[in-house]
Design a protein around this ligand. Structure first.
Ligand SMILES: [Zn+2]
Length: 223
């Protein structure tokens, strides 16, 4: 996307709040958009307004994609991928390059946002990269923001959710509340588990304890 497409409009920020069920903070760009123009990925600066370093740059916000990726996680795909990394050196090398690309993209986001170096998180990417897979939402967010061919496991996860979401179609209709005011308080727990059954929820809770996707709102709340 070019700079004009990346720049969040007030309407984008309103939509992000509705997608996430909470007010968004520290979003500096839109990382990827639906064919209809709605945000799919929120890009967060590498240092939050509060001063906290923030390594997770690309945050998946579209509830249809988030729920589909949660289903893959609940089905054990992260363990399977991590296992493949240990015996497929070609995949491991491509994934290591994805880690480097993530760091580079984050530096560029920081530069565009007018934030200098963030030495606290130098060399630290997200989602388990470069050696493991700890959060598929992070990898899919990266793939959507970077385009195909950069993050092999994010690309693969996108292929594996094709029965629920594909990039060529709009899946926005009726997915979030478009009436009334955008959320002004944190309802994210409800949104993030949308569309999951009990077994999937239990697996997701277990996965989260292994260092799951960081949420900038929580990061601040836990300070
Ligand atoms: Zn759409």
């Amino acid at each position: 996307m070019d700079n004009a497409q990346r720049t969040p409009t007030p309407q984008d920020l309103d939509t992000l709040s509705r997608q996430l069920g909470r007010p968004v903070r520290d979003v500096v760009e839109i990382g990827a958009r639906c064919v209809c123009g709605n945000p799919l990925v929120a890009t967060t600066a590498p240092r939050l307004g509060s001063g906290i370093p923030f390594p997770t740059t690309f945050y998946l916000t579209h509830p249809v994609i988030t729920a589909a990726v949660s289903r893959l996680e609940a089905a054990g795909v992260m363990t399977e991928m991590t296992e493949r990394l240990s015996r497929d050196s070609g995949l491991a090398e491509a994934y290591r390059r994805a880690h480097e690309a993530y760091l580079q993209a984050r530096n560029e986001v920081g530069a565009r946002a007018g934030i200098g170096e963030v030495p606290e998180i130098a060399g630290v990417s997200a989602g388990g990269m470069p050696g493991r897979v700890k959060c598929l939402h992070v990898l899919v967010g990266h793939s959507l923001a970077a385009g195909p061919g950069v993050n092999p496991l994010g690309d693969e996860a996108l292929e594996r959710i094709a029965e629920w979401w594909t990039p060529d179609r709009c899946y926005c209709e009726g997915v979030w509340d478009v009436q009334g005011q955008a959320p002004s308080r944190d309802l994210s727990r409800h949104t993030r588990t949308q569309g999951l059954g009990e077994a999937e929820l239990a697996a997701k809770r277990a996965a989260r304890q292994g260092g799951h996707e960081a949420d900038p709102a929580r990061e601040e709340d836990s300070k």
